[in-house]
Each structure stands twice: as C-alpha cells, then as structure tokens.
Design a binder for this molecule. Structure first.
Ligand SMILES: [Zn+2]
Length: 198
C-alpha cells in the first residue's frame, strides 16, 4: 500500500504502520477503527491514508451504525412503510428515492444501508406517524447530537422552540414564497395527513 516518497516533506518514505483504536469521522460522526493500517512518513511523521483501507473503515462504520441503531434496520423501514399502508413504489416516491433503492434497504442481507440523509428522511416520517406534528429542526438537531456530531444550535432550537412552539415566520410567508394557497394548518400539514392515514 505504501513505500512511496512523502509529499509533505519530500524527504522521508511513507511506511506502513498499524494503529490501535484509530479515531476517524464519517459524515462528522466519530468512529473508532479497532486496528487501522496507515502510512507514516519516517522523516516528518505525517500520516497518509490509502483509499482501499479507508473504504474498509467506512464499511466497519456502516456495520456498526446498522448494529447500534444508527440507521433504521430493514425491518424498521418495512414496518414504517406498512404503518403508512404504502407500496414500495409509492413509499419510495414519497421519500424521493427509487423503488430499487428502497427494495435494497428493506433486504435483510443488504450490504449497504441507506444514506444518512435517506435515513433521516424516514425518521422524520416515523416521528410524524408516532406523534403527529414534528419540530423538524429540533428533531434533526437531536439526531445529530445523538450521533456524536457537534453542531451549533439552529436558531429555532436555541430559542426554545421545542417547548413554546416553532419560532418560524408565519405560514403566510411560505405561502407567498411558493404560491401555495394553504392557511388552515400552521405546522407540518403533510405529516399530519400521513399520521391520520396510518
Ligand atoms: Zn514526510
């Protein structure tokens, strides 16, 4: 994997080195690789990474995420879809993916789970099914914090919007923006509808 000249100092050679409990981040989520092979310059000590090894770490990370509930399991996804009474075709269209991807995510022996973004989309839906209204900003912020991602608090969450109701511009503002003629339901009308349908 290594044995090439260091591009940092142009003096040393990058040698293979093993690191125990090597700390990395994927999508800003901290992850510890039990045994990582990296390259280390024998002159300046700079660390180098190899694409193939990095991919292996990513796979370990995804496996761990799936195992610890970091992402919804195939059964969780199927359950959510069935709670909504939707076919694979309709559910995939609802969340903006393809039927093929959804089919893959619902497979018990899937090799790659859904992306974090797709996972969050489905979790927002799940929350809507469970509780009706969802404070999406606070919910996503909580999910990020739960995953170990450090984020500055979004304004709505920082203002205590969770307890006192969403501190958003009036729905009329959005209506004006998008030309949507809807006035009756201020919070997450789509999710309300879905929750009722379930
Ligand atoms: Zn070097």
């Amino acid at each position: 994997m290594f044995g090439y000249k260091c591009q940092e100092c142009h003096r040393g050679t990058v040698r293979e080195a093993t690191r125990k409990d090597f700390e990395v981040k994927f999508d800003r989520i901290p992850f510890v690789v039990p045994e990582a092979v990296i390259g280390e310059c024998d002159a300046c000590g700079a660390e180098h990474f190899h694409g193939r090894e990095y991919k292996r770490w990513r796979q370990l990370f995804e496996k761990q995420q799936a195992k610890t509930g970091g992402v919804l399991s195939p059964a969780d996804i199927r359950e959510l879809r069935e709670a909504l009474g939707m076919t694979m075709s309709d559910f995939s269209a609802l969340i903006g993916t393809t039927r093929q991807s959804l089919h893959h995510w619902e497979k018990e022996d899937r090799e790659v789970p859904q992306s974090r973004m797709a996972d969050l989309m489905m979790r927002v839906l799940e929350e809507g099914v469970r509780h009706g209204a969802v404070d999406v900003v606070a919910f996503l912020h909580d999910r990020a914090r739960g995953a170990g991602i450090e984020l500055a608090a979004p304004r709505a969450a920082r203002d205590g919007a969770r307890r006192s109701g969403p501190a958003w511009p009036a729905p009329e503002t959005y209506d004006g923006l998008y030309g949507i003629a809807r006035r009756e339901s201020p919070a997450s009308p789509c999710l309300h509808t879905i929750a009722r349908a379930a």
